[in-house]
Design a binder for this molecule. Structure first.
Ligand code: CUA
Length: 320
């Protein structure tokens, strides 16, 4: 029990911001408990049965008291709301220079993959001082990615992508938990995040046989699964070309305009009839049940690499 801490270590840039809100809420709660319960105790003793306290002329109203207990809590609540909202938006939006990582949760483990292709299970190596952004999905039920030391907790939901980010500020090993009850071995769905120096991280990434990058694996799938047969340049089918698609506005057959983000690409593979691109027929078969979540993530990484402006951390494929 020498490892017992009242608080998890503060090991990310956002840990302190979250803790300040927590401490402020605790302090305010303690203060108002005192304001309510100390007078109760005081009056209970003063006016107890048989006491000689003066009970005449009891005041029945006080404008100062009533406006006070309305206005003061109102100001405090609005202040807390604003503070919480600002922090929340900050926590929700990953900085653009983030290192991208893919996370697939499943009964009962965490499968993680780095952009360069390195895979891990229930263990995540990240470099100290770099922002790390996670794109997460689940293969079965709802799980939740929880790293107390980073104050990061995000549900991982089947059928959609959720994100989380953090920037580690201290080297070391930290707990990774699943914080949604997800079945028999929920409590065993734990792992660790290992924060190491950037140079050690490079060395760790390059150790062992050079693997395929995520985008490269996606390119292979794109050919092997026949996507290129229709979406390729020389196809005899009228299918939309997928170069320079990611992140761009996309006109739909319904006249709507949407952004071709991860959600759209994923749905287009599983539910091709849902959002038909303007000028095309609904002829694509669904790949539901034929591709794993990891394979979808690889395909999306490949489509991203075909976009004009690669995100700064998505290594542009130069080999050919
Ligand atoms: Cu996964 Cu609990």
């Amino acid at each position: 029990m020498d490892q017992f801490h009242l608080f998890p270590p503060q090991a990310s840039t956002t840990a302190q911001q979250v803790d300040w809100i927590f401490f402020a809420l605790t302090a305010i709660t303690i203060f108002f408990c005192a304001v309510v319960f100390l007078p109760i105790l005081f009056f209970a003793v003063k006016y107890r049965r048989g006491s000689k306290a003066d009970r005449s002329n009891a005041p029945s109203e006080s404008l100062l008291l009533e406006s006070g207990w309305t206005i003061v809590p109102l100001v405090i609540s609005i202040g807390l709301f604003g503070w919480g909202a600002i922090t929340y938006f900050h926590l929700e939006r990953p900085p653009s220079d983030a290192l991208q990582l893919q996370v697939v949760a499943t009964h009962w483990m965490w499968k993680l993959q780095h952009a360069e292709g390195k895979r891990e299970i229930d263990e995540l190596h990240v470099p100290l001082g770099r922002t790390v952004a996670l794109t997460m999905t689940s293969q079965d039920v709802i799980h939740s990615f929880f790293v107390p030391a980073f104050r990061v907790k995000q549900d991982v939901v089947p059928g959609r992508y959720t994100g989380a980010w953090f920037k580690p500020t201290k080297a070391g090993e930290y707990h990774l938990f699943c914080s949604q009850y997800c079945g028999t071995h929920h409590s065993a769905m734990i792992g660790r995040v290992v924060v190491i120096e950037p140079l050690d991280y490079e060395r760790w990434l390059n150790a062992g046989a050079p693997g395929e990058t995520i985008a490269r694996a996606g390119e292979r799938l794109f050919r092997d699964r026949g996507c290129s047969g229709c979406h390729g340049a020389n196809s005899k089918f009228h299918a939309p070309p997928l170069e320079n698609l990611y992140g761009k506005p996309r006109p739909l057959a319904t006249g709507e305009m949407i952004t071709a983000d991860e959600r759209y690409l994923r749905d287009s593979i599983f539910l091709p009839g849902k959002e038909i691109a303007a000028g095309y027929e609904n002829i694509m078969p669904s790949y539901a049940g034929q591709l794993s979540e990891e394979e979808i993530m690889q395909l999306i990484a490949y489509l991203k690499s075909l976009a004009n402006e690669p995100s700064p951390n998505e290594p542009n494929e130069k080999r050919d």
